[in-house]
Design a protein. Sequence first.
Length: 193
Amino acid sequence: MLPEGIFNNPSLAYVREFTENHAFLRAVVSLRQETFVSSGASVKCSLLFLQKFTEEEKQRFDDTYAEARAEIEARYADEIKAKRERLETEIEEAKQAKDAEKRKTLQKELKDYLKTMGARQATEARQLLKERFDYPIFMYEAEKVGISATGEEDQNELYPNDRQPADCEKTCLEWYREFLADPSAFAKTGGGE
């Protein structure tokens, strides 16, 4: 179980990437904001169900990622080379002219440019990887999770039990089993991750 902020906080991208690099994300079950209020936590959480890659799956993932990185690096190679050469020439000219201020400005420009391009390439390679190493993920938004905001037992739609809500056609677990049998029946397309 993880706070949902980990899923969308840019400074925590390394956590998501580590997980994506080692396991399939099989299911995400989002819990209500109030689920852990009685314990003093007000953060919205989700249950993540992961399946570690086999050696063969890990190799396929690594190969796909390496190909994506190489393709993106090749896409920008000429542009980066030209800008680097131009700036390095200007830096050298500033050194020869003993213009320390201009040299420092150009060095900073080069450093910032390379950092920006590195980040752009990493983002684009990751996106290409996700397109090429695509697989279905079950997602469920739970309303009744077996505990109320005050910590009392409550209705539970997560799995078949005697506290299932009357209007609960199927529990989360039953939906997940159907999903496993035919993920395409649940497919939802969109323009994101």
